[in-house]
Design a protein around this ligand. Sequence first.
Ligand SMILES: *[C@@H]1O[C@H](CO)[C@@H](O)[C@H](O)[C@H]1NC(C)=O
Ligand SMILES: *[C@@H]1O[C@H](CO)[C@@H](O)[C@H](O)[C@H]1NC(C)=O
Ligand SMILES: *[C@@H]1O[C@H](CO)[C@@H](O)[C@H](O)[C@H]1NC(C)=O
Length: 530
Amino acid sequence: MKLKLSLLSLLSVALVILGNVDGGNVLVWPAEGSHWINLKPVIETLTDRGHSVTILVPNATLYMDTRKPERFNSLRFNTSISEKDLDDFFEEFLQFEMYESHQMNVLQKYVKFYEFLSKDQDFFLQYCDGVLKSPAVMDKLREGKFDLILADPLLPCAELAAEVLGVPFIFTFRFSVAHAVERMCGQSPAPPSYAPGIMSKLTDKMSFFERVVSLLFYLTNDAMSVRLWKTYDDYYTEYLSRPTSYCELMGKADIWLIRTYWDFEYPRPLLPNFIYVGGLHCRPAKPLPQDLEEFVQSSGDDGIVVFSLGSFIRNLTKERSNVIASAFGQIPQKVFWKYLGEKPDNLAPNTRIYDWIPQNDLLGHPKTRAFVTHGGTNGVYEAIYHGVPMVGIPIFADQTDNMVHMKAKGAAVFLNFNSLQAQDLVDALKTVINDPSYKESVMRLSRIHHDRPVKPLDEAVFWIEYVMRNKGAGHLRVASHSLNWYQYHSLDVLVFLISILALVFYIIIRTCSFLIRRCCRTPKHKSKRE
Ligand SMILES: *[C@@H]1O[C@H](CO)[C@@H](O)[C@H](O)[C@H]1NC(C)=O
Ligand SMILES: *[C@@H]1O[C@H](CO)[C@@H](O)[C@H](O)[C@H]1NC(C)=O
Ligand SMILES: *[C@@H]1O[C@H](CO)[C@@H](O)[C@H](O)[C@H]1NC(C)=O
């Protein structure tokens, strides 16, 4: 029976291989929300190019709707987490970020943030269990003969699966807090003096005091990361039955595809296996549906404003939505507002609420004057791509930091979600719409974005195929992966050199003092004799 089954699976594997002679076989580790939005164009392009793509999908997911027919295979696994658990977690997290955190001091925020991260980890480890501890799923992964694992390191265990299966892997993501993963596990250099940590809200031009903050930000986050990673270290060690560190396994990634670019980032040193592909999901605007186009045209010369708080935030309190609606009522533009909450009582005739908007097509419309955004990287990139000035209302994760980047580059202003009053939003909109410097700055970023040898999506796909063709990209990994921290900074060499120097000084001093004593003794004897 067992033999028959494995013969059958062998046959199906053979069929899979024969069916994709030229194409590779890619396994995608799951990701949620905006991360999924960003992976999808890559997966679709890979499929178009004849590769077979299989996506691991948990049986409880909020955003990856794989019930719809798609052009890739999905491999479902079971987790004990329910959709309600996930929903409750996100709801509590958003409630905290939107309405509670601003009343706390830095320490309280850190503690709470740490709590959320630990809870997040518990969920993640249950996902790991669902894959790695399920013989049925692991058998399928082995039989799948994958050439590559494509993973968002937001979720752990892809690197563990890659180790177990002996398959090369690529990370694709936006950031880790303070670049902790990129720096400590990927060995990507980011000196705190001019490459501030992500979420520090600093720019690359820092005063002395800001550099103090920058270094402290790195140190505290590194300590927190190391503490949190311990949980994964234990899990990996137990799973492989040998001492294993999470960071060390992550460091084996062949390529790191980072979802930003030099239109957005502050320049800093790069490693050959870090590739910047920000904006890969952006595309030229398509014509709008007729009703939307009519509303756009009704704006005349004043044009339109597009407002969205992204895929996570569905509703606001009545008070906040009224303030925002009242501000929109005071500008001459027509406003497209993506919102799933209750309609504000004071919604003005120039503002329309939609469950969903074709955001990329609206931002690419010639009548669009400004984008009011929560500052998620996907939206910021669409604004850069189409050259639309931004008003940020950042809420969580990297959003404030993203808006700091855009403000530093002259393409945006941003407001505090909790304290903003209608007049603040009106003033901000008037500033970015009427002061031409904002449009000029964002057009400059847009030119930088478009002026590159290869489009970001093509570049991402190139590196994925490159790793499959070359069975890994170990030749691009720096050797510092095998050094520890004091070897990396040559501290052991310095200690060695200083010791030699000290020894030489010691010998010189001893010799001198010996000679001085000899020289001085003679006259003494003389004087005694005299
Ligand atoms: C998931 O659980 C269902 C029952 O809830 C079971 O039928 C199915 O085989 C499980 N799938 C895997 C991959 O273990
Ligand atoms: C996922 O599978 C597990 C195990 O079979 C089951 O307990 C759980 O209820 C399933 N969750 C969902 C949302 O179907
Ligand atoms: C938003 O909607 C969720 C349910 O989807 C609800 O629990 C929450 O209270 C709502 N928040 C506000 C501020 O209305």
